[in-house]
Write a protein that binds this ligand. Structure first.
Ligand code: 2IT
Length: 450
């Protein structure tokens, strides 16, 4: 490997040994960049790679809230403003018990390349807290969000940093966060957050966007193979907002989602989660219940439930891990390959360990699509929400959906183009990394050394 590249990866692994997820994503992205670094010696001269792995800014803050019994709790809040060279920092907030600096940095680093790949003017950021929303009352969630925003509001803004949702943060939390921002600032700056309710500047299709975008991207991949999505089967993990969007679009297009999963195990529905609107909408019911388990689906619809297991041994046309990071390891990747599955479509951020990813990409008949391209429809529609807010306009469902579709096709095409231009053939993973990198690299080179 190129000496500069391997030095940077080694250095990151050494200096950030306490941040395994961050090291993992740096290695995954940078190992695609060999031909780019070889052809552009000016990048090494400007030490571009070491500058890219260092966030422009990252901070933690204290979030104190009182529960319904009057007990006081203290959590850690995080925000990383990773790279602002192509636009205001943009990325979600994750509220989950296991949130730590490594997870925030890996998500922030991925977000930079994903946002760049969309071709929209958004930089990379991410944030969250180790607050666990499970079992909390509505009032507790509200007080937590208010306290979180009291600490964060000085450091964000429509042209500065625009947070959104991620795991544990949906429309309800965004509402409380925005309410507190508005109260503190004394003005209606709704472009500061995306994923808002339609009543105060939200965009149509934003809740569906990540799932719809994933299916649109999959359709591009299938068109390349001369195949169609109708009549095909999908093994999904997760049952959150993203999986719901996939199910909704898959149902519309005549594909069948066979599995869902949660922290408790997975369910297998032979008729398809996509066989009725009631089943698809039940994903939202499960999410709203706060139980955080998928077993409720099996109880409700009388299908098989496999406690403590993941759905990766299931035979399906498409594997779409849509839950959490590192959902598929090397052993599970082997099971997927043994089932002769042709399409491995990542959806969640970094759902595959690096060695599982290398294994799957090494299978001669397998097509691997990377999450930073597949799930970029979510942040893309967030950017469309920002545009609507700044222009004080409201686009119809058809208008947003059509733009989302165009963006996904563009993401796919630019990935294929970048991969081919560097002599890597049809490599969607390397292509996405390169196309995302190129735009940030160009902006950073143009803006001087800092
Ligand atoms: O991972 C992601 O791209 C998100 N959680 C959405 C970010 C956004 O700003 O909509």
């Amino acid at each position: 490997m190129n000496a500069y590249l391997s030095n940077v990866i080694e250095r990151v692994n050494r200096d950030h040994a306490t941040e395994p997820e961050f090291c993992q994503t740096v290695e995954e992205v940078f190992s695609s960049l060999e031909p780019v670094i070889e052809q552009h010696p000016e990048y090494e001269k400007a030490d571009l790679l070491n500058r890219m792995v260092e966030p422009e800014r990252m901070f933690t803050f204290r979030v104190v809230w009182t529960d319904d019994q009057g007990a006081v709790h203290t959590n850690t809040g995080y925000r990383v403003q990773f790279n602002g060279s192509i636009g205001p920092y943009k990325g979600g907030l994750r509220f989950q018990r296991n949130v730590n600096p490594s997870i925030i940095k890996f998500l922030g680093f991925e977000q930079c390349f994903k946002n760049s790949l969309t071709s929209l003017p958004i930089g990379g950021g991410k944030g969250g807290s180790d607050f666990d929303p499970a079992g909390k009352s509505e009032a507790e969630i509200m007080r937590f969000c208010q306290s979180y925003m009291q600490a964060l509001y000085r450091y964000i803004g429509p042209d500065v940093d625009v947070p959104a949702g991620d795991m544990g943060v949906g429309g309800r939390e965004i509402g409380y966060l925005f309410g507190e921002y508005r109260r503190l600032k004394g003005c209606f700056e709704n472009g500061v957050l995306t994923g808002k309710d339609l009543s105060f500047g939200g965009s149509l299709i934003r809740p569906e966007a990540t799932g719809y975008g994933a299916v649109y991207y999959l359709q591009c991949v299938l068109a390349h193979e001369g195949e169609d999505i109708a009549g095909k089967t999908i093994a999904c993990s997760g049952f959150g907002n993203v999986t719901w969007g996939i199910c909704k679009k898959a149902r519309e297009l005549g594909a069948k989602v066979l599995t869902l999963s949660g922290p408790d195990g997975y369910i297998y529905d032979p008729d398809g989660v996509t066989s009725s609107d009631e089943k698809v909408e039940y994903l939202r019911v499960m999410r709203a219940s706060g139980h955080d388990r998928v077993k409720d689906y099996a109880d409700k619809f009388g299908v098989d439930y496999y406690p403590g297991k993941k759905p990766w041994g299931v035979k399906a046309d498409f594997i779409m891990p849509s839950a959490v990071q590192n959902d598929v390891d090397r052993e599970q990747a082997k099971r997927i390959a043994q089932n002769h599955i042709k399409y491995y479509i990542e959806v969640a951020n970094m759902p595959t360990t690096n060695d599982a990813l290398a294994y799957l990409m090494g299978q001669p008949d397998m097509i691997v699509a990377p999450s930073k391209a597949v799930n970029a429809g979510g942040v893309s529609v967030s950017c469309l929400e920002m545009s609507q807010n700044s222009e004080h306009i409201f686009w119809s469902e058809e208008e947003v959906d059509q733009r989302l579709h165009e963006i996904m096709v563009k993401i796919y095409n630019s990935s294929v183009e970048a991969s081919e231009r560097y002599g890597l053939g049809y490599n969607l993973v390397a292509g996405a990394n390169i196309a995302g990198f190129e735009r940030i690299a160009r902006a950073m080179m143009a803006q001087g050394i800092f």
